[in-house]
Design a protein around this ligand. Structure first.
Ligand code: ADP
Length: 449
């Protein structure tokens, strides 16, 4: 039985894990950097150990120190959250070799799905549609141009190790391709220490639809429905909702089956996400799998009533999933807005600093997952997300009205946030009608001053 968990993360997700553990009667150990002494996850965990300097590279990415802390505090398992070491196969392996359960899939699966080219080949073999593209990474420009012509422009050049919306370049013809190919390789090398890239068809104005997977160590693989994550800026998600206003029950069934097939093909265990792009006709294509809990997991929790963090811990404990696919129903509608400490009026420049007054909304159907509070100083070293507002109700209309209402109650003084942008989107008829694609945000920012 897992009795004590080390949380190898910070911010709202660390707090989210503390909360799940507390309800399960599991002790928690927070690890933190010198910049996070004031952080709520440190204050609310049962124990806390400082593991290094403010920069991620000196603390949350220091696998050896995290494992040392786990050994000193005698924990049974490590929850990596998202980001930092969450999709680091070497870290998962280190945990296992030290007899500490890594709450996630095994190292082999992480590295397989972490390479987007291998992931595509794996699910394609199982019969899941993928975006047409190169068979794996391409080294030479001449060969890459040939592939691009064969696929047909526009194409997108993507880093095999890519993540966080980085390492992607679009090309519309041979000339731009030659340039972008080298830029993409250099960017990928710099960002991920791996310059390998592959090429695929650039699907214009698709929907980003992803399926939540839950799989146990006894071979049961379930899907918990989809999330529509098409509201993105620079390929990074800003608003997510479930169910998608675009997906019909029929398409949900088809895509859900494909998602389960993809996860089963990878012999997946624990919570994961299968991401698809869907074109206007409802054709869907696998793009990648994320082998961790995602930022937007709460929308799935609110529509299904299933606590994903608790399920992750049960699976890691070796427990069987108690439900079957037929038990999973989607009776609600949920919308999540990412509250980032950024200034939308200044090209989304980070806005760290001290929060004066912080008042989070409440009432019926409102959930706020955040580590922020009045007087909290946001360190400049990490991701700018300071919280998530999740509103839900029995249908989309109620969820929309509730989100707008809650955004108007949300007070974060002293810094700039994405709250005003969310308010404007929630008041936009195109968004309200649900007629949006991944091209929505760029267009919205152009047409609204
Ligand atoms: P990351 O791992 O960096 O998040 P993804 O492969 O998940 O990268 O893609 C992120 C986003 O980039 C997608 O949601 C979509 O908006 C865009 N994108 C990726 N591949 C394509 C493609 N082939 N055609 C059109 N858009 C794409």
């Amino acid at each position: 039985m897992i009795k004590k968990i080390l949380i190898a993360n910070r911010g709202e997700i660390a707090l989210r894990i503390v909360r799940a553990c507390r309800e399960l009667g599991i002790k928690t150990l927070a690890v933190y950097s010198e910049a996070d002494v004031q952080s709520l996850h440190v204050q609310l965990a049962d124990e806390a150990i400082c593991i290094g300097g403010p920069k991620g590279a000196d603390s949350y990415l220091k696998a050896d120190r995290i494992i040392a802390a786990a050994e000193i505090a005698d924990v049974d398992a490590i929850h990596p959250g998202y980001g930092f070491l969450a999709e680091n196969a070497k870290f998962a392996e280190q945990c296992e070799s030290c007899n500490i359960k890594f709450i996630g899939p095994n190292a082999k699966v992480i590295s397989m799905m972490g390479d987007k080219a291998i992931a595509k080949a794996t699910v394609s073999k199982a019969g899941v549609p993928i975006v047409p593209g190169s068979d794996g990474p391409i080294e030479s420009e001449a060969e890459a141009v040939k592939v691009a012509r064969k696929i047909g422009y526009p194409v997108i050049i993507k880093a095999v190790a890519g993540g966080g919306g980085r390492g992607m370049r679009i090309a519309h013809n041979d000339v731009s391709f030659a340039k972008e190919f080298h830029v993409a390789r250099n960017e990928a090398e710099k960002a991920f220490g791996n310059g390998s890239v592959y090429v695929e068809k650039y699907i214009e104005k698709p929907r980003h639809i992803e399926f939540q997977i839950l799989a146990d160590s006894h071979g049961k693989v379930l899907h918990l429905g989809e999330r529509d994550c098409s509201i993105q800026r620079r390929h990074q998600k800003l608003i997510e909702e479930a169910p998608s206003p675009f997906i019909t029950p029929d398409l949900r069934k088809k895509m859900g089956k494909a998602a389960v097939k993809a996860a089963a093909a990878a012999k997946y265990e624990n919570a994961g996400t299968i991401e698809f792009l869907v074109d206007a006709k409802g054709n869907f294509y696998f793009i990648e799998m994320n082998t961790r809990i995602q930022v937007e997991h709460p929308v799935t929790e609110e529509v299904t009533g299933i606590d994903l963090i608790k399920q992750q811990i049960h699976v890691a404990n070796g427990d069987k999933l108690e439900m079957s696919q037929g038990d999973i129903t989607f009776t609600k509608h949920a919308i999540e807005c990412r509250i980032n400490a950024e200034d939308p009026a200044r090209n989304f420049a980070p806005s760290p600093g001290t929060i004066g007054l912080y008042y989070s909304p409440g009432g019926h159907g409102v959930r706020v997952d955040s580590h922020a509070y009045s007087g909290y100083t946001i360190p400049p070293y990490y991701d700018s997300m300071i919280g998530k507002l999740i509103c839900y109700g029995s249908n989309r209309k109620i969820a929309l009205e509730r989100t707008y209402r809650a955004l108007n109650e949300f007070l974060v003084r002293g810094i700039k946030t994405t709250i005003p942008l969310h308010k404007a989107v929630l008041a936009d008829p195109m968004f309200i009608e649900g007629k949006y694609t991944t091209a929505y945000m760029e267009d919205f920012l152009k047409r609204t001053p």
